[in-house]
Every structure is written in structure tokens, then in C-alpha cells.
Design a protein around this ligand. Structure first.
Ligand code: PGA
Length: 274
């Protein structure tokens, strides 16, 4: 991370949400219409990951020049083939995605996605011109054993196995401790996750010979009460949010908080992250 703050107008913070398996096409349309009508801060890069079924509809309802980026929550690594029920990177790009989320803990747990599968998907996403959002995070058991930073950094390194160091600026990571995600999750305290964020940053920089990934996001029970604390943490370029951003009002509140954080006058601690 750079030592000096960038000029205000060049700084960007990311705020995005995966809708997971929550919205019909009609519900997705109502949500995105509210986002399209909002006055969005140029300092906040907003992204939304609808279900595959509503991706093209959401794309169609945003103006062509909308700054909102869309993505898929998953896609297969093969370009095409007999994979019943799956969609390819090319297909989600065709439906309007420029991003693709890979390796979310729910996919790792419920669909047995391994580090190798995630690495294959990262390769396929880059080949299809998509920006991967690679999710990494440790379970409560790994954390209790004191291995969180090493485990998560190893997950990040494994995801990069099929990439070239030059490609690192084309992908994002999202650190989401498994124990902090969802209804059963406990929100993390920023000081609990700081060493892991730092280790991810170092490991990625080592692999890429000093190049930074496009962004390192934090996620897991992020809401309007804790958002600014995570945004002000070192090594955090933005937020990846589930439940608190599943209404347009909730997402726009988080965008407003992010905008306030990025506008805040220079504070050396705060700007270490940029
Ligand atoms: P949550 O989900 O914000 O509802 O905890 C986060 C995620 O799974 O990305």
C-alpha cells in the first residue's frame, strides 16, 4: 500500500453486494431502478452481483453509461461443455457481468470447491476478460488454532497458482472470515482481522513482485454501524456486503458512509490503506 494519500479526486473505495439466492427478476428490477435513480458518489465504485437469472435484466435496466459494475456470483471454469446446470464465464459476461465472485465460503462448504477449482476459475475469468473477486477466509476452528493469517494467505496464494504476476492488478480479493458471515456469524472487530489483511497484502505483493491487486475488500456482517471502522482499517479498499445491502436503501446508506470515509481529511493512519 502506498505511504502517501492519493489526491482526493483520484481515490476510490469499493462497495458491493452479492444478492446470493434472494431475488426474483421483479425484485431485482425494483432494487436496481432505485440504484439507477440515485445520485452516486464518484468516489465510491459500486457493484452488484445478482443471481444469474436476473443479471441480463439488471444490465438492461441500468443506463449504458452507468458507473455501477455488475457481476456473477459464480461461473464454471470450462469455456463450454456438458456441465448441466452450470454457466460459463463467457455466458455471464454476455449477460452483463464484468466481475465474477469466486470461492465464496458458501461455495467452498456447500459445493466442495477446492483451492484448485478456485484457481481454475480465476484463470478462466481472466481469459474471459472478467475481473475475479476471489473470496478467502478462515473457519472459527482455524482461527481458534491461531492459524488464521497463514491459512488465508495460503488460500490467496493458491488462487493465484494459474495466474502470472502481471495479472494481479486485474483481480480483487475479498477477505471474509467464515465465522463472521451470515445470520449465524459474529461481526469481527477490526483488530481481529487486521493481521490477516496485512498477511494477504504481503503474500500477494510477494507473488506479484510488488504489484497490488485491484482491491482488497472486507466482508462478513458488515453493516452501517461497523462499515466505517472496516473502511478505515489498513489494507482495506472497500466492502463486500450481504444482508445489510439487500435493500437499495441499505446499499445506498453504505455508499454514503464510504463516501464520508474517503472524503475525511488526511489522517496518516487512515490513508495507510490507500
Ligand atoms: P453478510 O454476508 O454481510 O450477510 O454477512 C457477507 C458475504 O457472504 O459476502
Amino acid at each position: 500500500m502506498s505511504q502517501q494519500p492519493e489526491p482526493l479526486e483520484e481515490r476510490r473505495v469499493w462497495v458491493g453486494t452479492s444478492w446470493k439466492m434472494t431475488k426474483t427478476i421483479a425484485e431485482a428490477g425494483t432494487f436496481i431502478d432505485a440504484i439507477a435513480a440515485a445520485d452516486l458518489s464518484p468516489r465510491v465504485q459500486l457493484f452488484v452481483l445478482p443471481a444469474h437469472t436476473s443479471l441480463a435484466v439488471v444490465r438492461g435496466r441500468l443506463p449504458a453509461d452507468s458507473p455501477v459494475r455488475l457481476g456473477a456470483q459464480n461461473a464454471h471454469w470450462d469455456a463450454e461443455g456438458a456441465h448441466t446446470g452450470e454457466v460459463s464465464m463467457r455466458m455471464v459476461a454476455d449477460a452483463g457481468a464484468s466481475l465474477v465472485e469466486l470461492g465464496h465460503s458458501e461455495r467452498r462448504e456447500q459445493f466442495h470447491e477446492t483451492d484448485e477449482i478456485v484457481a481454475l476459475k480465476v484463470r478462466a475469468a481472466l481469459d474471459a476478460g472478467l475481473t475475479p473477486i476471489v473470496c478467502v477466509g478462515e473457519s472459527a476452528t482455524v482461527r481458534a488454532a491461531g492459524d488464521a493469517a497463514a491459512f488465508v494467505a495460503a488460500q490467496a496464494a493458491a488462487a493465484l497458482r494459474r495466474t502470472h504476476p502481471d495479472e494481479v492488478p486485474q483481480l480483487m480479493f475479498a477477505y471474509e472470515p467464515v465465522w463472521a458471515i451470515g445470520d449465524a456469524g459474529r461481526p469481527a472487530r477490526p483488530e481481529e482481522v487486521a493481521p490477516v489483511l496485512s498477511e494477504i497484502t504481503d503474500r500477494v505483493a510477494r507473488f506479484s513482485q510488488g504489484r497490488r491487486c485491484l482491491a482488497l475488500l472486507y466482508g462478513g456482517s458488515v453493516d452501517q454501524d461497523n462499515a466505517s471502522a472496516f473502511l478505515e482499517a489498513d489494507n482495506v479498499d472497500g466492502l463486500f456486503v450481504g444482508r445489510a445491502a439487500w435493500t437499495a436503501e441499505g446499499l445506498l446508506r453504505l455508499v454514503a458512509i464510504a463516501d464520508q470515509c474517503v472524503r475525511r481529511p488526511a489522517d496518516p493512519e487512515l490513508h495507510d490503506a490507500w
